[in-house]
Design a protein around this ligand. Structure first.
Ligand code: HEC
Length: 112
């Protein structure tokens, strides 16, 4: 009995823990999540693409450099990385919708 109750408790905790991830996957990121994505862009992406996204180990992510590139394709690169290059996959940290949001924002000139 006690064991069954603690299992239900564990499931409830899991559901509570997963809810934000599911919510993030469902639509455009919340304002709070957007702030977290900007932080990721500066701290993680910036380490390769440059603090100002002008490029470093990775290419520039400024709008001029991304012009003519489809944001869906860029989102795929962000999610899955580029095999054989240092560009890692981000699908553990980011939902597909968040990757698309980042790709669109990069193309329109977001500054981290
Ligand atoms: C460890 C270094 C590294 C990190 C960290 C990194 N990238 Fe990259 N990224 C690269 C490299 C290198 C390439 C070029 C891959 C190739 O040669 O095609 C690339 C390519 C890209 C491209 C394709 C650019 C184009 O013009 O086609 C996008 C978009 C991109 N990265 C976004 C991101 C984002 C967003 C993050 C953070 C969530 C990130 N990268 C983190 C190294 C990195």
């Amino acid at each position: 009995m006690l064991e069954r109750r603690s299992r239900a408790g564990a499931l409830l905790l899991l559901a509570v823990a997963l809810a934000p991830a599911l919510a993030a996957a469902a639509g455009p990121p919340s304002a709070e999540r957007q702030a977290a994505l900007l932080y990721l862009l500066r701290q993680d992406c910036g380490s390769c693409h440059g603090m100002t996204l002008k490029g470093g180990l990775g290419p520039s992510l400024l709008p001029e450099a991304l012009e003519g590139k489809d944001s869906e394709g860029l989102a795929e690169i962000i999610l899955h990385g580029v095999r054989g290059t240092p560009m890692p996959p981000w699908d553990v940290e980011l939902s597909p919708e968040e990757a698309r949001w980042l790709a669109r924002e990069l193309k329109s000139g977001i500054r981290p």
